[in-house]
Design a protein around this ligand. Structure first.
Ligand SMILES: NC(=O)c1ccc[n+]([C@@H]2O[C@H](COP(=O)([O-])OP(=O)(O)OC[C@H]3O[C@@H](n4cnc5c(N)ncnc54)[C@H](O)[C@@H]3O)[C@@H](O)[C@H]2O)c1
Length: 433
């Protein structure tokens, strides 16, 4: 890749990370081919449309597609830089599954040429970039691969994780600092030169394994701190205290900053990535493992508490507010809110109403439960019990006058002025268990 000309880029995996990344790189003037295994995704993008919800992404994708800078395909083509952003889930035993990464590597290996840069962005267990490198070396014995040759390698391979916040992805893609870990320092420098084309944040180079671990550590840090808040909320329930009041007061300490409790932890990152560390060092990670347990346990606590509230008011109509794993997004993966609402729907059927402004229809597990989707206005008009599961802005702005007469279980603390009906019935949790 010549430094004076704009590289052709291939982004592998066009999901929540890959598509915005492809669009931002295209906006910087590079010709981008987006590669995905889903024909539906490819067709949608080639029409200049998007298949995910993200602020301002539709206009950007439409713009770069119509200017001929971004196109999508299910077939790989040669490029100068390859960016891999495919899923990295875990299996039923919480062991990381890097098969998508290796499949992506297998796809691009045949078209690699001297001078190319391969960058893995998927959140990955430590050592994955080296495994990707080994696979490429095996498939392309004609190429000198970094770490496997004493001569100057033909290609560069690096790891650069994503730390964007859904809802702010386009802004954070360009403004966040990046850790860029090369298989060798030369690889890191090659990747750095690429990111400098569209990242305004500071780009810090390191080795691939450290960069992989950095991403996992960031999410484990969040998980552990959220677990502390969630544990406090369960303690407060047991003691009949208002956890929000306690946290508000404790955070007045200049060196204390307790996070907000919620119905658990969801999404594709924080609920998943800590397991990659636990799996890599099982004996050294009691805290990280326990935090996972606390956050999953909080979801079951919320189910018991919501169940007790509903059971104590036979015939009352219930509205579950939110299914997404966090506020103001349409991402329902690993969402505790979705899990809680589905459990209530299965038990209480048509009494349950789901309010989720970011879903055009209810997820599959609600089929045949009798639960229906309504909007927030209808919920406020017709439902007696409001169970707040997600702090979407559209819920947060509901004034007290419209909910003062409701029975409210607010797992996100969005309505501090709500009369504390649940708190006045502290034995509800015990009733249900
Ligand atoms: N979503 C986030 O907020 C976020 C944040 C930071 C990091 N990450 C990480 O980024 C990676 C991607 O996550 P995502 O949320 O974009 O996933 P996603 O499921 O939204 O998208 C992944 C895309 O990859 C495609 N794909 C799967 N295998 C493929 C293959 N072999 N070749 C081509 N395409 C393939 C899928 O069809 C899908 O469109 C994961 O490792 C995730 O942990 C995600």
């Amino acid at each position: 890749m010549k430094s004076d000309t704009k590289p052709d880029v291939c982004v592998v995996g066009l999901g929540y990370i890959g598509l915005p990344t492809a669009a931002v790189i295209a906006r910087a003037g590079c010709k981008v081919l987006g590669l995905d295994v889903s024909q539906r995704v490819v067709d949608t993008i080639n029409r200049g449309e998007i298949h995910i919800e993200e602020v301002d992404l539709d206009g950007l994708v439409h713009g770069v597609v119509s200017r001929g800078l971004l196109s999508a395909s299910i077939t790989v083509a040669p490029a100068d830089v390859f960016v891999i952003a495919v899923p990295t889930p875990f299996d039923k035993d919480h062991a990381p599954d890097i098969s998508y990464v290796l499949a992506a590597g297998k796809t691009i290996a045949p078209v690699l040429k001297v001078g190319d840069v391969v960058i893995l962005e998927s959140t990955s267990p430590v050592g994955t970039t080296e495994q990707l490198r080994d696979m490429i070396a095996q498939m392309r014995p004609d190429l000198k691969v970094p770490g496997c040759t004493r001569e100057t390698p033909d290609i560069a391979i690096a790891y650069c994780p994503e730390r964007v916040l859904p809802g702010r992805i386009l802004e954070e893609l360009t403004n966040n600092d990046r850790s860029i870990g090369g298989i060798t320092p030369r690889c890191a420098r090659k990747a750095l030169a690429f990111y400098k084309r569209f990242v305004r944040g500071e780009c810090v180079t390191t080795d691939a394994r450290s960069a992989e671990m950095t991403k996992l550590v960031e999410n484990a840090y969040r998980d552990v701190n959220i677990a502390f808040a969630n544990e406090l909320s369960m303690v407060a329930d047991r003691m009949g205290l208002d956890v929000w009041e306690v946290i508000r007061l404790a955070n007045r300490h200049p060196r204390v900053n307790i996070l907000s409790p919620g119905p658990g932890v969801g999404g594709h990152c924080i609920a998943v990535d800590p397991w990659f560390i636990v799996h890599g060092a099982p004996e050294e990670t009691p805290l990280i493992r326990t935090a996972r347990g606390v956050n999953d346990g909080k979801m079951h606590h919320v189910i018991r508490k919501a169940d007790a509230l509903v059971a104590a008011h036979p015939g009352a109509k219930i509205a579950c507010l939110g299914l997404a794993f966090k506020a103001n997004i349409d991402d329902f993966r690993e969402s505790p809110a979705r899990f809680v609402a589905a459990r209530l729907a299965r038990k209480y059927g048509e009494r349950v109403h789901i309010v989720e402004p970011y879903a055009s229809e209810l997820p599959i597990e609600f089929t045949d439960t009798g639960a229906v989707q309504i909007d927030v206005d209808e919920a406020l008009e017709t439902c007696d019990i409001l169970i707040v599961l997600v702090d979407h802005d559209v819920f947060r702005v509901v004034p007290l006058a419209e909910r003062a007469d409701k029975l409210v279980y607010d797992t996100r603390g969005i309505w501090p002025d709500q009369p504390k009906l649940v708190r006045e019935e502290p034995d509800l949790v015990r009733l249900a268990s």
